[in-house]
Design a protein around this ligand. Sequence first.
Ligand code: SF4
Ligand code: SF4
Length: 410
Amino acid sequence: METQRPEVAVVRCPDYTTETVYAAVKHSLELLGGIEAHIAPGSRVMLKPNLVRSMPPERGATTHPAVVAAVARLVVEAGSYPIIVESPGGPYTPATLRTVYRRTGMDAAAESSGAILNYDTGASQVAYPEGKLLHRLDVINPLLEADAVINLPKLKTHNLTVLTMGAKNLFGVVPGSLKIGYHSKLVERDTFCDGLVDIVQFVRPALTVMDAVVGMEGEGPTGGKPRTVGALVASANVWALDTVGASLVGVDPLLVTTTRMAVQRGLATGRLEDVNLLGEPFEALCVSDFEKGIDTPIDPGLVPKPLRFMVRMAQRPGAAGSTAGASSALRSLAQGWIWKQLVARPRATERCVACGFCVKHCPVQAITIINRRATMNSSVCIRCYCCHELCPHDAVLLEKPLLGRLVTGK
Ligand code: SF4
Ligand code: SF4
């Protein structure tokens, strides 16, 4: 762990007008010593926005083109070459990229800033002996060809990781449908997020600039509501940035599974007091009533007394949504059963058009089309929520079973 407190700049940015965003991004990077302190001149710089799927910027699910354009412009001004790179959910093909770039506003961002849009859909498997869980990684080729990465996440709720910020955004370096394999290999949430820590440590972004001008609350990462936070957050340390991002919207940083896994490895502390906050008074930018996702972990202390044991048991090591390593198979089964009664499960609504996209992308083949509607097999489903995240028709609803609603009150 760094001995000096990692620096995180938090700058007010009330809207997405081009010059407002440019000034705010520039100021945030100046607080960190300027872009030149992090990117050598003449570098090929991969800009990694969150373009989870083909959605317009006003939905609040993707990094706003004004933020991407501002960072690209600064990269150009520093004498380097920005290239916008993302592997969204679903197939990783030039046709998909074209649609995603157009819908998310990336083509305009590239044109206005001088950035290049990546269409190379090649991928490689690389050895990563330093990895804790992942000793081989499948990554997109532009990552391997870049001299530096600038990570450009969006601040959003996420039902698997609680929030998606700097760390989770880097899952997008895994090519398209190969992401499914990571979900099926790393089934439990803690394990999946521990694998994400390996990916973050492999990518090691030179900078992370998070778009928290308008974030997403509620059922993120694609089904929630846009929520104005009015800030840009920047740091060379992704774990410190995620700690600050969570605090900004009133979430305990240690509830964010990726941060908790990084803390367990000694890569971070997850404590705001261990971060050197730069910029405006932090409290003035904090949002107090940010709506959490349906599966935000439960504090047993807030649950009616007779039901507390269930929460403790479900969240203990060995439950499907928690850390691996049950003391006995029977206990593990019981924990897994209780966990499934507490967490949300996906259901396709009448909006479903039976396109089959979720069927192809479910990591455990839990979905079949019955009577022209996707049907999720709850006993097979591992609650990865890929179907909810990726359905192009927003047809997947997350519902808590009765017991979960009784215990959590939502
Ligand atoms: S739930 Fe969505 S992705 Fe799945 S079949 Fe229906 S419309 Fe297609
Ligand atoms: S049904 Fe949906 S949430 Fe369940 S495992 Fe498949 S993709 Fe994941």
